[in-house]
Write a protein that binds this ligand. Structure first.
Ligand SMILES: O=C(CO)[C@H](O)[C@H](O)COP(=O)(O)O
Length: 224
């Protein structure tokens, strides 16, 4: 069965000291670090790409880099992101007409594959074929592009639908999440919680991660 994964989003970290920030998260009990790669095309923001990911991987080789590719051509970046040491690569359903090709490329390059849906995309866009071929389904709970936005609880209906249809998959939520709504997200069926502001802005990230994990663990125990 799935397990709780707490996944700090480095978008809210001190990006001038990214490797140290990732290390701090590993030491605080984070399972993964969520790395938002934005190209200024798919979303109106630009962050970082494979050269920066490679530096982080070199400095913190034990880190599970969970890539959220908010890019207009997701297949283009798969080889470079894999070479940079990423463990998983999640792309947007809205960014491609051929998700199966992108998924195949991600797997060929030795990464776990994920597919994301933005708030305006229904969960029915994830067909049985797509859902069964990925490792992770990401339901955005804000519009992609920026951290620190308000959580959209209406997106959780999509989490519930996906959990029902894909009981053994990692189902991730991202945007406006923290200790206050972790339980609500897990109740809907999410086991992978991304949190930027809530963790990097916390005085005690270790305690925040622990609290979020306890909420998810408590809900997962009820599913079985
Ligand atoms: O994908 C993202 C934005 O597109 C971020 O990962 C997300 O918004 C996390 O930030 P916060 O927890 O501060 O809302």
């Amino acid at each position: 069965m799935v397990k709780a994964v707490i996944d700090p989003s480095v978008l809210a970290s001190d990006l001038s000291d990214l490797a140290a920030e990732c290390k701090r998260m590993v030491e605080s009990g984070a399972d993964w670090c969520h790395m938002d790669v934005m190209d200024g095309n798919f979303v109106p923001n630009i962050t970082f790409g494979p050269p920066v990911l490679a530096c982080v991987n070199k400095a913190v080789p034990e880190l599970y880099m969970d890539i959220h590719a908010m890019v207009a051509n997701p297949k283009q970046w798969v080889p470079d992101v894999a070479k940079a040491g990423a463990k998983s690569y999640t792309f947007h359903y809205e960014a491609t007409d051929s998700p199966a090709d992108v998924i195949a490329s991600i797997k060929e390059h030795g990464m776990k594959a994920g597919i994301a849906i933005s708030p305006e995309t229904p969960s029915s866009a994830i067909t049985e074929e797509i859902g069964n071929s990925v490792d992770l389904l990401l339901v955005m709970t804000v519009r992609p592009g920026f951290g620190g936005q308000k959580f959209m609880p209406e997106c959780l209906e999509k989490v519930a639908d996906l959990r029902k249809r894909f009981p053994s998959k990692n189902i991730q939520v991202d945007g406006g999440i923290g200790a206050g709504n972790a339980c609500q997200c897990a109740q809907a069926g999410s086991n992978v919680l991304v949190a930027g502001t809530a963790i990097f802005g916390s005085k005690d990230p270790k305690a925040t991660i622990h609290e979020m994990r306890s909420s998810v663990d408590g809900e997962i125990a009820k599913w079985e």
